[in-house]
Design a binder for this molecule. Structure first.
Ligand SMILES: C[S@@+](CC[C@H](N)C(=O)[O-])C[C@H]1O[C@@H](n2cnc3c(N)ncnc32)[C@H](O)[C@@H]1O
Length: 225
């Protein structure tokens, strides 16, 4: 997906921008800029469009809810948006199909058609990643889909830019809750997904036209136990 600053802007990107701009209209200026900046620098649409239509989705670490809102509007998803940072919840994008919950994944029970983890894992300590992925596996119905969006540390130039920006966002502006700033490459994350029991892992670079090395993983809980 190509963002706004490329010469040819795909229709979906502009429609998404309109959705996010209107949805954030009532938020304080700082939050609004944060939300718009997030949409413009992260390719949400490939992840949203991978959702089955009408899916019941758990969005873990939903932030201000850009993914959740687009999933509801573009895919007719019913979303439980889970976010531990109450600063973001105060300015979160509201939609009748998005239910917000303040907290961590342990707050949630039940099964979902899809679970999204979008730029969250890099803020989770390495020792806690396997247990988190195993719990998210349990939150999926058999055959359900995990969508994991991360940054690829093997793309050195873009990765360096990403780390510089995150340093300012986390250490200077204190915008994002979590601990550490540890990125894992495709092989390491692929092994984690397999250890948690996921199958059918796909890994796709979705960073064309973006300054950061975005990569999208999808994986399924097996349909049969
Ligand atoms: C970079 S933001 C991404 C937000 C959102 N997913 C998006 O793509 O716009 C990372 C989010 O993860 C949340 N977070 C950090 N650690 C978490 C954890 N252990 N469980 C759930 N969310 C967490 C933070 O509060 C923050 O909102």
């Amino acid at each position: 997906m190509t963002p706004f600053y490329n010469r040819r802007v795909p229709h979906g990107t502009l429609v998404g921008l309109g959705v996010i701009r209107r949805a954030s209209a009532g938020a304080p200026l700082g939050s609004r800029l944060h939300i718009l900046g997030r949409y413009l620098t992260c390719p949400f649409l490939p992840a949203v469009d991978a959702l089955p239509p009408g899916a019941r989705v758990l969005d873990v670490g939903a932030g201000h809810g850009v993914f959740a809102r687009l999933a509801a509007e573009r895919r007719g998803a019913r979303v439980v948006a889970l976010e531990p940072d109450v600063r973001k919840l105060g300015a979160a994008l509201r939609h009748p199909a998005v239910r917000w919950v303040a907290g961590f994944d342990a707050c949630i029970r039940g099964r979902f058609d899809a679970v999204a983890l979008c730029d969250v894992l890099y803020r989770v300590p390495a020792a806690e990643r396997d247990p988190l992925l195993a719990r998210l596996f349990d939150r999926l119905r058999p055959g359900g889909l995990l969508m994991l969006k991360e940054i690829d540390p093997d793309r050195r130039l873009k990765f360096f830019w990403n780390v510089a920006q995150e340093f300012v966002a986390i250490r200077v502006l204190r915008l994002t809750l979590g601990s550490g700033l540890v990125y894992e490459n495709r092989e390491a994350l692929g092994r984690r997904l397999a250890r948690a029991g996921f199958v059918g892992v796909t890994i796709r670079a979705i960073d064309a036209g973006y300054p950061h090395p975005h990569v999208l993983y999808t994986a399924s809980r097996p349909a049969q136990p």
